[in-house]
Design a binder for this molecule. Structure first.
Ligand SMILES: O=C(CO)COP(=O)(O)O
Length: 141
């Protein structure tokens, strides 16, 4: 089943996320990818994958992804955070993380977690999200 996956990386973690996206391109290609601006450009350039790009993080990109979570439209968030650099938009980052907890959305904040998540995605561990997707389809009917 096609999942909506958000990919976000702070500047010092972007190379790591790009390498991750290249390594797991064969998995990611079957899903809808969303990203903050600069991260999205880097991933699309490196992999050729189609990525829906929101604003850059400091300009509201985290909030836009948060808005999708608030609609229960995001199924997984891979957010490679830089814990050693202060971010001007720290409140936005905290809000995104908080919404993942509100909606029980799987959130990996580093490469180690993302490795586990991507294998889980591949073997269908996220299929419980069908219930949520199903509900949305019901609402449309
Ligand atoms: O700052 C970010 C997330 O908090 C990432 O934004 P960019 O992908 O635009 O660099």
């Amino acid at each position: 089943m096609k999942m909506n996956i958000a990919m976000i990386a702070h500047d010092k973690k972007k190379d790591e996320l790009v390498q991750f996206a290249m390594a797991y391109q064969h998995v990611l290609k079957d899903h809808c990818l969303y990203a903050t601006g600069t991260t999205g450009t880097r991933i699309a350039e490196a992999t050729g994958l189609s990525v829906h790009r929101f604003q850059s993080g400091p300009l509201g990109g985290d909030q836009q992804i948060g808005a999708m979570i608030a609609e229960n439209e995001m199924d997984m968030v891979l957010f490679f955070r830089d814990p050693l650099t202060a971010q001007p938009h720290e409140p936005d980052i905290m809000a995104l993380i908080r919404l993942c907890d509100v909606y029980a959305i799987p959130l990996a904040t580093n490469l180690g977690g993302a490795e586990i998540f991507i294998h889980g995605l591949e073997r269908g561990d996220l299929n419980w999200r069908k219930l949520v997707h199903g509900k949305e389809e019901d609402q449309i009917d």
